[in-house]
Ligand binder design. Structure first.
Ligand SMILES: [Zn+2]
Length: 108
């Protein structure tokens, strides 16, 4: 379960940081995940804040130029308004506007 994974990851993170603290450093925050308490020293709590703020979700491709949605796919196509976003989207729209269909078939 994700609760167990999260609790284990938090416990390992807290232990890794706390090992760098002076012996006897007090717990300043206790986070409970799925009923399991994880004790954080001050430095572990600060490290967790920094880690959370530095995290970048690989799915985060910015905001759609058209509707502001943040749900852009790998091709910067918006899942909400279905418009391509960004410079790549602009290039696609310009090409689509110039496209006149396939050339006529040559009858030989
Ligand atoms: Zn959009």
């Amino acid at each position: 379960m994700i609760d167990d994974d999260l609790a284990a990851a938090l416990r390992q993170f807290a232990a890794r940081i706390a090992a760098l603290d002076p012996p006897g450093s007090p717990t300043v925050v206790e986070v409970t995940v799925g009923g399991t308490p994880v004790a954080l020293t001050g430095s572990a709590a600060r490290a967790l804040v920094e880690a959370a703020l530095a995290y970048h979700d690989p799915r985060d491709r910015g905001a759609c130029d058209h509707c502001g949605s943040r749900r852009l796919d790998d091709n910067f196509l918006c899942a909400d308004c279905r418009q391509p976003s960004g410079v790549f989207g602009q290039l696609i729209r310009e090409r689509a506007a110039r496209y006149e269909g396939p050339p006529p078939a040559l009858d030989a």
